[in-house]
Design a protein around this ligand. Sequence first.
Ligand code: 5AD
Ligand code: SF4
Length: 430
Amino acid sequence: MNVYDSHRMADILHPLGYRAVDTPDDADMVILNTCHIREKATDKVFSDLGRMRDHKDERAKSGKKTLVAVAGCVAQAEGELIMDRAPYVDLVFGPQTYHELPEMVVRALGERVVNTDFPVESKFDSLPVDHVTQDGPSAFVSIQEGCDKFCTFCVVPYTRGAEYSRPAEKILDEAKTLRDRGVKDITLLGQNVNAYHGEAADGSTWSLGRLIQALGDIDGVERIRYMTSHPRDVDQDLIDAHRDVPALMPFMHLPVQSGSDAILKSMNRKHTADHYREIIAKLRAARPDIAFSSDFIVGFPGETEADFEATMQLVRDVRYMSAYSFKYSARPGTPAANMQGLVHDAIMDERLQRLQALLMEQQREFNTAMIGQTVPVLFDGRGRKDGQLYGRTPWNQPMHVMAPAQYFGQIAQVRVNDATATSITGELAQ
Ligand code: 5AD
Ligand code: SF4
C-alpha cells in the first residue's frame, strides 16, 4: 500500500514539475513514506530522519532549500512527536491527506505543516485517474482502505481509519486507463481488501468477487491479484471468482496469525483455526492449483508452547508456498499492549526460528515441484545481467530469464530448470 501511495504522490506532484528520482542526493523534496505496523519499522523512521537532516544541511551550504516531509502511518500516529523531535521536518501528513499535497507543499515553503485528517472519500475523488508515473506492465489499484476489524495487536484501524470502498465504476475506469498504458497485471489493494463492498453503477453493492468478475472481462487485463484478505471475509463470490475468472491468479495471501483458538480469540480475529482450514479446502476445491501465503505472529501475550504447536500444526496442514512471520511487537494504543503474559524475547526468537524453518521447507517444496514444468511468465523488469529480463510466474515467484528486450511487458512460456527455496531459474520455451 505504501508503494502505491508513493506512486500516487508522484502522480499528484507531477503537474507541479516534480519528478521522482532514484536517490535523495539532489532532491528538492524528500518524502519519507512510513510504516507503523511494528516497532522496528517505526524506529527506522527516526534514524532515516537523521540522514534527511544531514542531507538538508549539506544542500543548504550551497544555498539550496530542501523540503523534508514525513508521510504514512507514523506521520498519522506520531505527527506532533516528529515535529517536536525533528525541527528540520517541514511537513507531516497522514495516509488520507496526500491528495492535498500541492497546497501542503506551497504552505510548507512558508511554515511547518501537520495534516492528520481522515477525509478518505475526498482523497479518492481527487486522485488523478491516470497513473502518469506508471512504468511497465504491472500496477497496483487501491480499491479499499482502512479497517474496522480491530485485531487487538494492530494499529491499522487507528492510522488508516475506518473501512472505505471505492465505487466499482471508478475502479473499472482506472483499470481501463492502466490497460491503455500497457498494463496487463493488476493487483487490487486494501488493508482488508475482501471486505470490499463498493457501490456499482446500478446502485447495487458489489463484493470483491463481483468486482473481479468485471475486471476479468476487460480486454487486455490478463492477471488479477488482490491483497490483503481476512479469513472472515472470504465469501462464496470470491471462491466462485477463483473458479470462474481465468485472469484471477491462483494465489491468495490469507493471514492467519496463529493456529491456536485461544490466541485467535485473544487477538479478536473472530474465527477458529478449523474455520480457516475449511476456507482453504473450499478454495482448493474451486481452483486446484491455488497456492497460499500467510502472516504469522509468534509470542502474542499468553502464547504457550501448546498454542505455538497449534500454529505449527496448522502450517503442516495447510502447506504454504511462502509466508511472513514476525515476533509480536506491542504497539501503543492497542488493546494487546496492556495484556498480561508477555512472552520472553528468547522464547519468541526460538519459536520464530522453528516456524520459519518449517515455512522455508514448504517454500522449497513448492518451488522444486515446479522443476520441469512450463509456466507463463510476465516480464515486468530488467534483469541483473545483460540479456536478462525479470518476470513473475502466476504465483508471483520472481524469475530471471535470458530473453530479448522486446519481451519486456509480455507474457511468455518459460520452462523451469532449477529451483531452491528462494529462487527459480528457467529458459524461454518458445
Ligand atoms: N506485532 C507483530 N506483527 C504484527 N503485525 C501487525 N501488527 C503486529 C504487531 N503488533 C503483522 C501481522 C499482519 C502483518 C501485516 O503484520 O501478521 O498480518
Ligand atoms: Fe490489522 Fe488486518 Fe486485523 Fe485490520 S484485519 S486490525 S489491518 S491485522
